[in-house]
Design a protein around this ligand. Structure first.
Ligand code: IPE
Ligand code: IPE
Ligand code: MG
Length: 263
C-alpha cells in the first residue's frame, strides 16, 4: 500500500482523533503454524512479515508511537530452540528493515532487558538505535525481554536509591517522576492497545502506560494481521467514548468548546 492509499483508507473511516500511541501484543504465531501442521518456527517467520506490514502502515498513517511486544521476560522459559529461532528472526528483521526504517524517518528503540539478548542481536539493535536516534517520524519501540512489572520495579528501585542518598524526598515522588524512570519515558501514554488471537489478558505488557488505553482484541492470529485489520482497530478506537473519569456530559461540553475554538 502506498502512503497516499493509507491516508485515504484512514480518511474513509469514522472521523475522530488518531491514537498517538498504539501498542500491540502480537499473539498467535504458534497456533497459526499448528493449524497448518507446521512447526511453530513457521508461524514466527510469517509473524515477522506482519511486523513489517504494520510498521509501514502505522508510519504512513502518521501514528506518533508504535510499541510492539515481540518477546517477554517470561518467553525465555520457552524451549531453547524456539528462543533461538526468535532471536534469529529478530536479527534478520533488524538487518532487512534497516533501510526502510531510516528512509521513513522512524526512530527505533528496544525496551526491556536488552542486555539479556544474544550479543549479535544487541549489536545490531544498538547500531540501528544510534543510526535512527534523530528521526522524528514515528518512534518504534520493540519490547524485547520486556516485562512491565520488572520495569516498574526497576524504576521504583532507582527512586528508592535517590531517597536513600538524600537526593529525593518521598513526598516528591509523583506518577510523572516514576514514569520518567521507565523505559517508555518520553512516549505518550498508550491510547490504543491491540491484542491478536483472541486472548483477553495483558501478559505483563505496559501495565503502567495502559492506564487509560482503549483495548481492542481481535481473533485474527498475528501472521494473518493485514493493513485492513490495523485500520479496523483504529476505527473501533474512534467509536469509543473516552471519559478519563469524567461524566459523559462533561466530556461532551469540553468537546463542544474545543470544536468552537477550532471553528
Ligand atoms: C506470539 O505468538 C509470539 C511470541 C510470544 C514470541 P505465540 O508464539 O505466543 O503464539 P501462540 O500463542 O502459541 O499461538
Ligand atoms: C505475550 O504473548 C508476549 C508476546 C506477544 C511477545 P504470550 O503468548 O507469551 O502470552 P501468554 O503466555 O499467552 O499470556
Ligand atoms: Mg501466545
Amino acid at each position: 500500500m502506498t502512503g497516499a492509499e493509507a491516508v485515504d483508507q484512514v480518511r474513509r473511516l469514522r472521523p475522530g482523533p488518531l491514537p498517538r500511541h498504539v501498542a500491540i501484543i502480537m499473539d498467535g504465531n504458534g497456533r497459526w503454524a499448528e493449524q497448518r501442521k507446521r512447526p511453530r518456527f513457521f508461524g514466527h517467520a510469517e509473524g515477522a512479515k506482519a511486523v513489517r506490514r504494520v510498521v509501514t502502515t502505522a508510519r504512513e498513517s502518521n501514528i506518533e508511537a508504535l510499541t510492539l511486544y515481540a518477546f517477554s521476560v517470561q518467553n525465555w522459559a520457552r524451549p531453547q530452540q524456539e528462543v533461538a529461532c526468535l532471536m534469529g528472526l529478530l536479527f534478520d528483521y533488524l538487518g532487512e528493515e534497516r533501510r526502510t526504517i531510516l528512509d521513513n524517518g522512524i526512530r527505533l528503540q528496544g525496551i526491556g532487558e536488552i542486555d539479556r539478548l544474544p550479543g549479535f542481536v544487541q549489536k545490531k539493535l544498538r547500531s540501528l538505535e544510534r543510526e535512527s536516534a534523530n528521526n522524528e517520524g514515528m518512534t518504534l519501540s520493540l519490547a524485547l525481554s520486556y516485562g512491565a512489572r520488572e520495569d516498574i520495579t526497576t524504576a521504583c528501585r532507582r527512586l528508592a536509591t535517590e531517597v536513600s542518598e538524600g537526593r529525593l524526598r518521598p513526598e516528591d515522588i509523583t506518577p510523572e517522576r516514576l514514569g520518567a524512570q521507565m523505559m517508555t519515558k518520553g512516549l505518550p501514554p498508550v491510547d490504543l492497545l491491540v491484542r491478536t488471537s483472541g486472548e483477553l489478558r495483558l501478559s505483563n505488557f505496559l501495565l503502567w502506560e495502559c492506564a487509560y488505553a482503549e483495548i481492542v482484541v481481535t481473533d485474527v492470529l498475528w501472521p494473518d494481521f493485514q493493513e485492513s485489520h490495523f485500520f479496523e482497530c483504529i476505527d473501533v478506537f474512534r467509536s469509543r467514548s473516552r471519559r478519563f473519569g469524567l461524566t459523559g456530559q462533561q466530556v461532551a461540553s469540553i468537546e463542544s468548546v474545543a470544536g468552537a475554538d477550532r471553528a
